[in-house]
Write a protein that binds this ligand. Structure first.
Ligand SMILES: [Zn+2]
Length: 299
């Protein structure tokens, strides 16, 4: 989106965004909606019936989940690790209930049949992902924007294929162990799996900086059949939920907002929010303001 801008504008844009719009720029601090600087994404895979209780837990704490579904398995049962000591019957969600279960959450792609994408041809990757997008669009009646790689199977080549779909972002299973915004939305490394999230909870809750940050947690709701794990996720949500200083959001909404921020046209004289962009929030000399699409801010 910056290809038509002059090098000067590009430099200013990049410097504003990479510095986190903080103390080096005393004029303005970009924020998330409603002036928040912190955000939480909770990203859950596979679409088993255990998602129902997790979505309800999130609802209780005002948290928005991003739920990655394998549409080819909806309404079915399967046995994982068949014949082994850890054999388990898994029941997938039913198509009819998706809109109800996830009414406050984002429905997202995990591949129609949970295929590892490394090793597939580009055509096979697109078949696995685009059919899932079509199915989930029909079932949710919403635009599908986000994805999580099944088995975490991805690389630069796979990500470049995903980039050609309508999806705006795709999550890996590689922990970043930080609260930074992603550089590549198609190889989006989360902060950590939920079994490590408690280690970062206090640090994030106490974080108080006028810089955009993100705590991105991923996992599987079926793992919460374990009593200790269930207690931990409940405690985590109890601590991090219902806070005034955290933006609870789906991955797609987050990616859209960050894309809108990056699309701002910035010079030393003015900042323009282009037509078709999203509304942008910021603090000017400490005061919360917003900039609608098609509007300019004179500096
Ligand atoms: Zn999975």
């Amino acid at each position: 989106m910056t290809k038509n801008l002059s090098p000067l504008i590009l430099t200013l844009t990049v410097s504003l965004l990479t510095m986190g719009c903080s103390e080096k720029n005393t004029f303005i601090n970009w924020t998330y909606p409603n002036g928040k600087y912190k955000a939480l994404i909770m990203s859950y895979d596979d679409g088993l019936v255990d998602d129902i209780a997790l979505a309800q837990l999130f609802d209780h704490y005002g948290i928005i989940g991003t739920f990655h579904l394998n549409s080819g398995f909806l309404d079915t049962k399967t046995i994982w690790n068949k014949g082994k000591a850890n054999e388990v019957l898994q029941t997938y969600l039913s198509r009819d209930t998706l809109k109800h279960v996830f009414k406050n959450h984002e429905i997202a792609v995990h591949g129609t049949y949970h295929k590892a994408l490394i090793g597939l041809s580009d055509e096979e990757i697109l078949e696995e992902i685009n059919v899932d997008i079509e199915n989930l669009t029909a079932l949710s009646k919403n635009k599908i924007s986000s994805m999580a790689y099944a088995f975490g199977s991805t690389n630069e080549n796979v990500a470049d294929v995903i980039r050609t779909t309508q999806l705006t972002n795709a999550r890996t299973v590689k922990a970043s162990y930080n609260f930074e915004l992603p550089k590549n939305y198609y190889l989006w490394n989360p902060t950590c799996h939920d079994n490590e999230a408690m280690n970062y909870l206090e640090e994030y809750i106490s974080l108080n900086s006028p810089t955009l940050s993100l705590f991105y947690v991923w996992g599987h709701s079926w793992e919460f059949r374990d009593t200790l794990r269930n207690e931990n996720i409940s405690k985590f949500c109890d601590e991090i939920g219902n806070r005034d200083d955290i933006w609870y959001t789906g991955a797609g909404t987050f990616a859209d907002y960050h894309a809108s921020l990056k699309a701002l046209e910035i010079t030393d004289k003015e900042i323009t929010n282009p037509e078709g962009n999203g509304i942008i929030y910021f603090r000017e000399k400490g005061q919360l303001k917003s900039l609608d699409p098609g509007k300019k801010l004179i500096r």
